[in-house]
Ligand binder design. Structure first.
Ligand SMILES: [Zn+2]
Length: 236
């Protein structure tokens, strides 16, 4: 029997390593990004951040019991498969390139300009997307608009815990430069803890839910999660 357990049901003595080494992620203590040991399941390829959301929905929400209209934007395939399979969930997958998500009948969604009516969804999952979006404030407003009052969005980003103000510079456009300054070639900024002020200014009430600090379960060590990574639950 292995020590670590992934939601595919397999367990291993140890998971594989994953991610790209990034000095800027290390410098500012970034949760939810960079190189990590013992995170990737050799069987289903799930990583810590996918298992975190899987456990969050299982243990901290009622979507397995109550009828839920859920929008999943540019999803992780494993999480998409899980959420789509829940009988109580009316699942919509949206992506800029819906052809890449055909098993989920994806529709075209530009997160900065969505075609859904306001108050359409109970839950929106936009996981590690905003750091790639040029106008993130507009995207946050759009997510707020299409969310139902009382609903919530899960808006994970790589978060620099030791950085007060988000690093952003439109003149930095090269892949090499972006990697040096923001930590990854395709990231347009590095979010600091003012990320929560940005979300609050749109109207969200943000709750940071941490599996360890908030005692989600007794056997959390088995899932090899990042202890620093909270789920950012953004209520409308
Ligand atoms: Zn697995």
């Amino acid at each position: 029997m292995g020590q670590f357990y992934a939601f595919c049901g397999k367990s291993y003595r140890k998971f594989m390593h994953e991610g790209v080494k990034s000095p800027v992620f290390k410098k500012y203590t970034v949760a939810g990004g960079g190189y990590k040991k013992n995170v990737k399941c050799p069987h289903c390829q799930s990583t810590d951040r996918t298992r975190l959301l899987y456990l969050f929905f299982k243990l901290r929400t009622d979507i397995y019991r109550n009828k839920t209209r859920l929008l999943h934007i540019s999803p992780n395939m494993l999480l998409a498969r899980e959420l789509q399979s829940i009988p109580t969930v009316e699942y919509t997958c949206g992506a800029l390139t819906p052809e890449c998500f055909s098993p989920f009948n994806a529709v075209k969604v530009d997160v900065s300009k969505m075609t859904f009516d306001e108050n359409s969804f109970d839950v929106i999952v936009c996981n590690h997307v905003l750091e790639h979006v040029p106008d993130d404030a507009t995207a946050m407003r759009e997510i707020f608009r299409v969310l139902k009052p009382g609903g919530f969005a899960v808006l994970q980003v790589p978060l620099a815990l030791d950085l007060e103000k988000t690093l952003e510079d439109e003149t930095i456009t090269g892949r090499k430069e972006r990697k040096i300054v923001f930590g990854q070639t395709d990231h347009l900024r590095l979010y600091g803890v003012d990320y929560f002020d940005k979300l609050s200014s749109i109207g969200f009430r943000v709750v940071r839910d941490n599996p360890f600090a908030d005692n989600w379960a007794d056997d959390l060590e088995r899932y090899s999660l990042d202890r620093n990574e909270d789920v950012f639950v953004c209520y409308k």
